[in-house]
Each structure stands twice: as structure tokens, then as C-alpha cells.
Design a protein around this ligand. Structure first.
Ligand SMILES: [Zn+2]
Length: 210
């Protein structure tokens, strides 16, 4: 997601903060929020810890991959680009997860530099495309990996199912063609690319269930 919140001060937008720390905050905050959401707020339940690990490997990785994909493509086009975590929204997302509401708002990649509509569209597309790619990888892994393998506390296939569903959803959600969402920029660039991406997102989110 980009531009959804008030831009950071110019100096931060230009030079960035301590980016590994910003990404760590986004990864841990979204993982915690998603685990609390999945557990219905029961953080004292012993099952919370394996679910938190699964959330970190699926939702947390999905958000970091999304933002790094924006940043990588922006930098490829010569723009200055940095990820800045959104601390208030990370805290709000953790709080509302106890109410069984999952808000995806880890922060945004800010970039500066001259960009054509095509370059801007490709930077926007990179985020949702990374999530749809992760969903497809999870699906392929589900087919290939023999049963019986476990990560601590959970069968690997459960983790892959969570990874598939949440990444398909993050990819589709960010293609909303309005306001601050990536979909608005992709649609402004090329309606065919927008249509194909949304179709893949709908297929993965609502048709292929695992
Ligand atoms: Zn995005």
C-alpha cells in the first residue's frame, strides 16, 4: 500500500529512516495482529505461539515482500525509495485484532523521482503481484510437499494454507481501484493489466480454495 497515510516529513521521505528497523516493525506488528485475529484474541491460549509463528511466516512475510517489491521496482526506475513503518496504525491494527477485525496497515514505500505512467503503474503492480506470487508458491508447495512435515507446533500444510489465503487476499485487496490503493495506479496506467491482475486475485481468493 502506498500513500494511504499522511506523508512523513520531507527529510524522512528523502533519506529514509533506519530501514531494517522499519521493516522489522512492520513484520512483527502485522504478524502479531494477524495471530491475535486468527486466535480471536485468546493470546493466553498455548496455541497462540505456533499461530504467531505461522502468522510471521505468512502474513508478516507477505507484507514485507509487498513493500520490498514496490521499493525494488521504484529503485530500478531510478527513484529514491524507502519504506517507513506507520507506528500508530500498527498499534491500532494490534488493538482491533482483539475485536476480530484485521486491518492491514504496516506503512508505505515513499519514492521520489520522475516517473512515467507506465513506471508508476509497474511500481504499484509489484506489491500485489508479489502477494499473488506468494499465494501461487504456497499452492504449488501444498501439492509437492509430502504430508507429515511440521514447523514447531503446526503441520506445514496448515501454514501453507494460511499463507495461500492471506497472500491471495492481500494481493486482491490492494487492487481496489480507488484512493490510495495500488489498484488505482495500475488502472490509470493500463486497464488490461489491471483486469488480468484482479481476475487472478479473484480466482485465488474465491475460486481455488485449499
Ligand atoms: Zn502496495
Amino acid at each position: 500500500m502506498r500513500d494511504i497515510f499522511t506523508p512523513p516529513a520531507d527529510d524522512i521521505g528523502l533519506r529514509g529512516k533506519n530501514e531494517p528497523l522499519e521493516l522489522l516493525k512492520a513484520w512483527s506488528g502485522t504478524s502479531l495482529a494477524f495471530a491475535i485475529y486468527l486466535m480471536g484474541g485468546q493470546v493466553l491460549n498455548p496455541a497462540f505461539w505456533p499461530i504467531l509463528l505461522a502468522a510471521a511466516l505468512t502474513c508478516g512475510v507477505g507484507f514485507v515482500a509487498h513493500e520490498l517489491a514496490h521499493r525494488m521496482v521504484a529503485r530500478r526506475f531510478g527513484a529514491t525509495a524507502h519504506f517507513v513503518a506507520n507506528n500508530p496504525w500498527l498499534l491500532i491494527s494490534i488493538a482491533v485484532a482483539f475485536l476480530r477485525v484485521f486491518i492491514a496497515a504496516p506503512g508505505a514505500v515513499w519514492h521520489q523521482g520522475y516517473l512515467t505512467p507506465r513506471q508508476s503503474g509497474l511500481i504499484a503492480l509489484a506489491g500485489p503481484a508479489s502477494n499473488l506470487g506468494l499465494a501461487v508458491l504456497s499452492l504449488v508447495a501444498l501439492w509437492l510437499i509430502p504430508p507429515g512435515i511440521a514447523v514447531p507446533g503446526l503441520p506445514l500444510e496448515v501454514v501453507l494454507r494460511i499463507g495461500y489465503s492471506i497472500n491471495a487476499w492481500i494481493g486482491l485487496f490492494n487492487m481496489i481501484p480507488a484512493g490510495p490503493f495500488d489498484g488505482a495506479r495500475v488502472l490509470a496506467w493500463d486497464w488490461r493489466v489491471f483486469g488480468v491482475t484482479v481476475a487472478i486475485g479473484l480466482l485465488l481468493t474465491f475460486v481455488i480454495r485449499v
